[in-house]
Design a protein around this ligand. Structure first.
Ligand code: ATP
Ligand code: MG
Length: 257
């Protein structure tokens, strides 16, 4: 597999009246086309900052990001983002939410409607096309957010704790929904979480970040075969991996405290 995303010596300093914070310190990483990479680390280690820099929403202080060989200097049509909070427009129906982003892409009204119908089918929301987001459960609202992003057909999906606000059961459902989608669509996914089980269930590789300043502490391959199921979280290989990652994260958090 060739490398689709190149993160090269990216550093980020935030400045404020209270001084400056080195949020990321020379982070370098390659993500292959079609890969599912997870950023894992304690709060404040720079996961969101790194993801936003990859997505062109935050500028780096030094270093660069390239996607498909092109330098990222702002939001890019090849890159879609999904956040923790539900980001749909409450005054638009589910269908119109999905079609909305396509208006900027210049497609016709009929074309947008067709695309919205197709995407809603793929995320299992066909029956809910005409309702408003507030009439849906949290998991379904997050599907709408994913559908809106997918409608634009990005090569890369960047997801910042997209299931963080969901209850445990819905979260497990959404994890398996996302993996199915990723397998069908062959997108490249970079997914942020601080949940160790979620990282192991989803990732081909887990990039462990350490705080103050944010650095890559290690990159771990997840050797557990797919499809992965919730039952596998009790199996020895999973348990070993969870234990190792948990120990690592606790060590980092107490060293930073
Ligand atoms: N806009 C900003 N201005 C100033 N400091 C910021 C800004 N955004 C992030 N930071 C700081 O940069 C560091 C990394 O923040 P970031 O949000 O990337 O962490 P995170 O790993 O995503 O944390 P969490 O798990 O809590 O979401 C933190 O110390 C944070 O306070
Ligand atoms: Mg964050």
């Amino acid at each position: 597999m060739s490398s689709l995303i190149e993160v090269n010596a990216v550093a980020k300093t935030f400045s404020s009246q209270n001084g400056s914070v080195l949020a990321l310190d020379t982070v370098s990483l390659d993500v292959a086309e079609g890969e599912f990479v997870v950023f894992l680390g304690p709060s404040g280690c720079g996961k969101s900052t790194l993801l936003r820099i990859i997505g062109g929403l935050t500028s780096s202080s030094s270093g660069y990001v390239r996607i498909g060989g092109r330098n990222i200097a702002g939001p890019d049509p090849a890159v879609g983002m999904v956040f923790q909070s539900y980001t749909s427009f409450p005054w638009l129906t589910v269908e119109d939410n999905v079609a909305f982003g396509l208006e900027l892409s210049g497609s016709s009204k009929a074309g947008r409607q067709r695309r919205a119908t197709e995407i809603l089918g793929r995320v299992g929301l066909t029956k809910f096309a005409r309702v408003y987001p507030s009439q849906l459960s949290g998991g379904m609202q997050q599907r709408v957010a994913i559908a809106r992003t997918l409608a634009l057909n990005p090569k890369v999906l960047l997801m910042d704790e997209p299931f963080g606000a969901l209850d445990a059961l819905t979260r497990v459902e959404m994890q398996s929904f996302l993996v199915d989608l990723w397998m069908q669509e062959r997108k490249t996914v970079v997914f942020v979480t601080h949940d160790i089980d979620e990282a192991i269930l989803l990732g081909d590789r887990i990039v462990v970040l350490s705080p103050h300043p944010g650095r890559i502490s290690e990159i771990v391959d997840v050797p557990i075969p797919r499809p992965r199921t919730i039952e596998m979280t009790e199996e020895p290989e999973f348990v070993r991996m969870r234990h190792r990652l948990r120990t690592k994260i606790f060590q980092m958090a107490s060293a930073a405290a």
